[in-house]
Design a protein around this ligand. Structure first.
Ligand code: NAP
Length: 519
């Protein structure tokens, strides 16, 4: 057996240990005629089926107001699949077998009678597991989640306690727009389902590279020993997007970069990077550790917000050679909007491991490239030996976890430039997912849907995680309350945000590292 084959076997053993069997079930998608269903959910379910990952038997029931029949919905889904599938062309034999399990139920979420009809359809399925193991995917507006749960409970499709089969609710962000609304939503849902039955999706957690953060940290002793305030100088997390808000202006006006990206994706990544080792890889120990570290993040006092948080909004500019209008000119955006399309902030995790280590987060739209990465910057050496060659510029080691694109991990260190002199230059060791494992194309939603069917909540967000994250975000928003953007907070599309974002780091002698599109 070669070294690599040995590695493969080890990895597979690990996954088999963690994965649970998926029982036959019915997946009910509320919002069946929507964008998420067509672009993500159906392609993910089709690929799971094609890859023989679906349970031995299953049904998919779409629920929405628009009049459709089983046949017409299947036709629409086939069209969507042709457009959005990750493997083209669609395999028609697989599709026919898949489509035979797909049904459509016309109904309004606010209409009690529609749930009777839904219950009738599910009740007509041939086996008990198909009638009792029910995954309700709420791909609709959050204001409808509570109502759907209540009606499902009233027609006995959702049992709080699982006396017959299992029932789960999968919900999409936004999970509220502040702590109060998130708590109210959580309260509403848990009137009719236990917290363990609620699966809050953050598709970021379905990404291989995000999951790999824990594997990397806790299966490699050389890095974990340095993962603390003694060795780490600071941490940077960047999630940049080239796109502007496009057609989502209406949504974005209510959200902004802080709520849209920081509250969920970025704080989740930060939690995985900074949390303590869990006692096991099960869902609750991992989520317990995430909550602990989120609760250790210092909340912002109103007067700290101006010093430690920079917001920005894009003006007209050019991204990748294409001209881009200002945010205020986007469709459904107020021409005097003060909504932030960029945010950069400095925070501290006030615990034993991280006290005093600055952690910088930044995200924005209309930035030069789309990339997500975590950079752990280690402390420099005393620099007594190479001062003559490098002055104070001797680069410190840095480890970059590239989450997308070109997923991989890079370690930066100094090397001697060949030759008779003693020149130094930073060089890098790089691990690329593609090069090592071949192109891995599975979508985040495939993994997340499979886990939801299997009852594995590890990659889903627990109520207290959501609430901790809102406390942090609310403490920042309180500092912005009623304060409009000033001239220094605007940035040209295609730049890396307002100058203030660079000054934020410069105050502590740090600088943002621009993500490199390395292969
Ligand atoms: N699209 C994405 O990539 C994405 C990403 C992350 C999160 N999300 C979240 O996922 C949810 C769905 O997003 P989406 O983009 O798919 O929205 P969408 O395209 O506007 O679809 C909304 C769906 O909800 C249905 N619906 C609305 N009111 C209804 C009612 N009273 N009764 C029954 N069905 C109703 C609509 O169907 P009818 O009009 O036929 O009733 C439609 O199928 C939202 O909460 C969104 O924030 C979406």
């Amino acid at each position: 057996m070669s070294f690599n084959e040995g590695l493969d076997e080890l990895i597979t053993c690990r996954l088999d240990h963690v994965r649970r069997a998926v029982e036959p079930c019915t997946i009910v998608i509320f919002g069946a005629s929507g964008d998420l269903t067509a672009r993500k959910l159906i392609p993910a379910l089709y690929h799971l089926f094609k890859d023989k990952q679906m349970p031995p038997d299953f049904r998919i029931v779409g629920f929405a107001r628009r009049e459709k029949t089983d046949a017409s919905w299947r036709g629409e889904l086939h069209e969507a699949l042709t457009q959005f599938s990750r493997s083209k062309p669609v395999d028609e034999t697989v599709w026919s077998a898949f489509a035979a399990k797909v049904h459509y139920c016309v109904g309004d979420i606010s209409d009690a009678a529609a749930y009777q009809k839904l219950a009738g359809l599910i009740g007509s399925f041939s086996s008990a597991p198909l009638r009792q193991n029910l995954l309700f995917y709420l791909a609709t507006m959050p204001s409808q989640f509570g109502m759907a749960a209540e009606y499902l409970h009233s027609v006995k499709l959702l049992h709080r306690g699982g006396e017959q089969g299992w029932q789960r609710l999968v919900i999409e962000k936004p999970f509220g727009h502040d702590l109060a609304s998130a708590s109210a939503l959580n309260h509403e849902l848990t009137r009719f389902a236990h917290e363990q039955q609620v699966f809050r999706i953050d598709h970021y957690l379905g990404k291989e590279t995000v999951q790999n953060i824990l594997t990397f940290r806790f299966s490699n002793s050389i890095f974990e020993r340095l993962w603390n305030r003694d060795a780490v100088d600071h941490i940077q997390i960047t999630v940049s997007e080239k796109l502007g808000v496009g057609g989502r202006g209406g949504y974005y006006e209510e959200a902004g970069a802080l709520r849209d990206m920081v509250q969920n994706h970025i704080l989740q990544v930060l939690a995985l990077v900074t949390m303590e080792p869990p006692v096991s890889l099960d869902a609750e120990p991992i989520r317990d550790e995430k909550v602990k570290v989120l609760s250790a993040i210092c909340r912002f006092q109103p007067d700290e917000v101006a010093r430690r948080v920079v917001r920005g909004q894009y003006t007209a500019g050019s991204v990748g050679g294409e001209s881009r209008g200002a945010y205020r000119e986007e469709v459904k955006v107020d021409p005097r909007s003060n909504v932030e399309t960029f945010v950069a902030l400095k925070l501290f995790v006030d615990n034993w491991r991280w006290a005093g280590v600055p952690i910088y987060l930044r995200t924005g739209k209309a930035l030069p490239i789309s990339a997500s990465e975590v950079r752990v910057q280690f402390k420099p050496t005393p620099n007594v030996l190479f001062a003559a060659q490098c002055g104070t510029r001797l680069d410190a080691n840095a480890l970059t976890l590239r989450l997308q694109p070109n997923e991989g991990i890079s370690l930066r260190f100094n090397g001697k430039v060949p030759g008779v002199g003693y020149g130094l230059r930073p060089v890098r060791m790089h691990f690329g997912y593609d090069a090592e494992f071949g192109a891995y194309t599975s979508e985040a939603y495939e993994r997340l849907l499979l886990d939801a069917m299997g009852g594995d909540a590890t990659l889903f967000i627990r109520r207290d995680e959501v609430e901790q994250a809102w406390q942090i975000v609310d403490s920042i928003r309180a500092g912005w309350d009623g304060v409009g953007l000033d001239d220094r907070e605007f940035y040209a599309a295609g730049s890396w945000g307002p100058r203030l974002a660079h000054e934020l780091l410069a105050q502590s002698g740090h600088a943002w590292r621009e993500p490199q599109l390395i292969k």
